[in-house]
Design a protein around this ligand. Structure first.
Ligand code: S3P
Length: 173
């Protein structure tokens, strides 16, 4: 297994904030697949969805993952839908230790409604949308993960420490 840590999970589970913290503590580089896409396309995620559609965005996610296969000593945070493609799940397994961050539905709702940057949640009833998406995705997230951390009642730092502890165990450090 390559020495990278990959954070997967639904929107609002803290992947980016936790990833940045854990990378800093481990002395690893931090990379966020959404940020890489925005940088490469020169467009915000919501613009990509609006102008090119979701399938196009999913292709970009696969391309970004493929470009990361030679990286070592990184913490990657990934977009919430990246694991939906089997091809991407296979790429993640090669890339390193995959940690799933979860949170209760109400916690996710509170966290994501603080910003409006998620195109998939711009619906009439975001709470319902979250519930449906979570039900559909949870088994996929779990099948892609080597360990699961519930972030609902934990601070960013506490989740980061838990990620590091699990990674140390997995890598045998
Ligand atoms: C998505 C999650 C978003 C972003 C895009 C689609 C999803 O990332 O990739 O809006 O399908 O769950 P975050 O999980 O970082 O919000």
């Amino acid at each position: 297994m390559q020495t990278n840590v990959i954070l997967i999970g639904f929107m609002g589970t803290g992947k980016s904030a936790v990833g940045r913290f854990a990378a800093h503590r481990l002395g690893f580089q931090f990379l966020d697949t959404d940020a890489l896409i925005v940088e490469r396309e020169g467009m915000e995620i919501s613009q990509i969805f609006a102008l090119r559609g979701e399938e196009y965005f999913r292709d970009l996610e696969t391309r970004v993952l493929e470009s990361l296969t030679h990286y070592q000593r990184c913490v990657f945070s990934t977009g919430g839908g990246l694991v939906l493609r089997e091809q991407n799940r296979a790429l993640l397994r090669e890339l390193g230790f995959v940690v799933l961050l979860t949170a209760r539905e109400d916690v996710i709702f509170d966290r994501v409604t603080r910003t409006s940057k998620r195109p998939l949640l711009r619906t009439e009833n975001p709470q319902d949308t979250i519930a449906h998406m979570l039900a559909e995705r949870q088994p996929i997230y779990e099948s892609a993960a080597q360990c699961i951390i519930d972030t609902s009642d934990l601070s960013r730092d506490a989740v980061g420490e838990a990620v590091i502890a699990k990674a140390r165990e997995a890598f045998g450090w």
